[in-house]
Design a protein. Sequence first.
Length: 208
Amino acid sequence: MRHDPATIGFIERMAQDQLRYGRIFTKQAESPLVAKPGKRWEPTEDKVDEYLARCDDICHSVPQDFDDRVKISYAAHAALMCLVKCKFAQQPDSVQLATMKRHNDLSRAPPFTDDHESPQALSNPSVEPRRLTAEEHQLFQNPDELHGKQFVLSPDTDDSGTYEVIGYHRKRDKSVQYDVLFDDCDDPILLDAGEMMRMLEDSLYLPN
């Protein structure tokens, strides 16, 4: 398709600007926080935790303007690069694979509404937990009906705990996976439909 001169000029400016900003980002990304020209940026082994703590402090600051947001974004990138190069890369293949799998699971979970704080623990039940009825067992096979419900897993055991079905999503093959958050965990776990239904069998229901 032929374009008019104005459109050709726009295309050229966009391509040049994308390339320019991309090169700037790449150059800066190669030297997070502490690098000096001609030197490697990675902290020494005994300084890794200190470096990450510094990044984390910046990431938890409250931005007041655009400059603050740039600083926070850069600190987050620096922390990520440090984790990957100074900690993750030192692990055996089995640990790296398990970490990547868990990361992918968490990436598919619904994001939390707060940027910096961990999700709060589930509130103490204000009603008496009870067994599901046959009708509820059938009803909760529908993910829309199960979403948002709270339960107590393995009651009267040392492993007992309250959890909530905080979300779900459908895979390409139409199967359903559930995001389940326990009251003593910061992050949700991912369960397929079969695992979810089996867990309900060992749970008491906390009606809303």
